[in-house]
Design a binder for this molecule. Sequence first.
Ligand SMILES: Cc1ncc(COP(=O)(O)O)c(C=O)c1O
Length: 466
Amino acid sequence: MSTLDPADWSALRALGHQMLDDMVDHLATLRDSPVWRPMPAPVREGFEAPIPAQGTSPEALYERFQTDIQPYVTGNTHPRFMGWVHGGGNPVSMLAELLAGAMNANCGGRDHAGIAVERQVIAWAAAMLGMPAQTSGVLLTGSSMANFVAVLCARYKVLGQNGRTEGVRNAKLTAYASAGVHRCVPGALDMAGLGSGSLRRIPVDENFQMDLAALRAAIAADKAAGCTPFLIVGTAGTVDVGAFDNLDILADIAAQEGAWFHVDGAFGALAVLSPTLKPATAGIERADSVAFDFHKWAQVTYDSGCVLVRDPAIELATFAQATSYLAAAPRGLAGGAPWPCDLGPDLSRGFRALKVWMTLSAYGTDALGGIVDDTCALAQHLAAAVAASNRLALLAPVKLNIVCFGVSGFSDAQTADLVADLQDEGLFAPSTTTINGRLAIRAAIVNHRTTQADIDALVAEVLRRT
Ligand SMILES: Cc1ncc(COP(=O)(O)O)c(C=O)c1O
């Protein structure tokens, strides 16, 4: 038998120390590097090699990492990355990943500290959102999976165990969300066997909030057609513009209709940590389920999504399966039920909770709420600069941390080129989206490292090119 551990640990220890020093330097000097670099073809081709039969030394692999991987990652740690909705991570979370790797805990189940830490994180998340203490939940890859878990819970609520064993069959179930809903919600309905066509995309008003009269009309029309409205999804922070639906009224409507009320708060849920923004989240505490990410505004390293389910019995009933090889026991390592594998789709799962717990513990919710406030203040600063320029125009109201703007007289192709140029040259990484039929430059300010000088530099660079 051979082991993968070295006979003498000193070389590995030295390499590990070097890696740690280098990665701390990397985080400390992020500004000195481009935001992003396109991967040269030969480097990319280096990752099309056959699987190696013989090993390579970790020292050589680390060199390869430094030349072929590190320079070409997404760049979302960089203060001038403002695309999509990417968190910047944090150094404590990076260290937690090392510890979690050393523990190599399987957090699907069993009775161990990994499960206790995750339960702590879930309890903190429920308290943060104002949900009841018994709220259950699990950590997942991201909000896409969290929304999927929520849809499955809603399906269980309406179809019961039969829905699990027999499938949806002829049930005509309909779900409702704003036109600004993230693609993962129709995706979740698709994966749940309900069909993405069961989602009614309700028009939004000028503030990109779901039009409640249109929602009521859609529900009435579906009921008249023999459908069962089973799920209302409110969005706390839409992906395009950061709009909040009126969650309180959605909760009322869901209660009247006997429908499951779910909130997709992928990043926006974290607005509860800001005293000034918290009122926009009113009603989130009434949700049957909430999906959100720690890897976005809470700055935990990827990946760390979370779903919360108000009624723990429903989450358990949605996923639990009895098998002899995974039977819970009153004591021993098989104790401590219910296990995360009975609360979500994953069985084997890593120790995500450690980096979340360490991040929340190291910084505290006040500091994280401060980042939410600061990034929103930067968005307002950008919005003001855009509004003050006669060459730029805001394409959507700025309520949160996302600014969508355009260049006067630019075609969509010119806007796309401008954004790609900024990315290719490693200067800034905004993304694009389409607002009212026009391609927008979209700056989502999520990263705790971004400063006002970065925003001013972005505006200056855009203006220089227009
Ligand atoms: C509103 C919203 N919902 C869901 C998601 C999907 O989250 P994830 O990328 O963590 O799967 C996003 C991602 O940006 C989002 O903005």
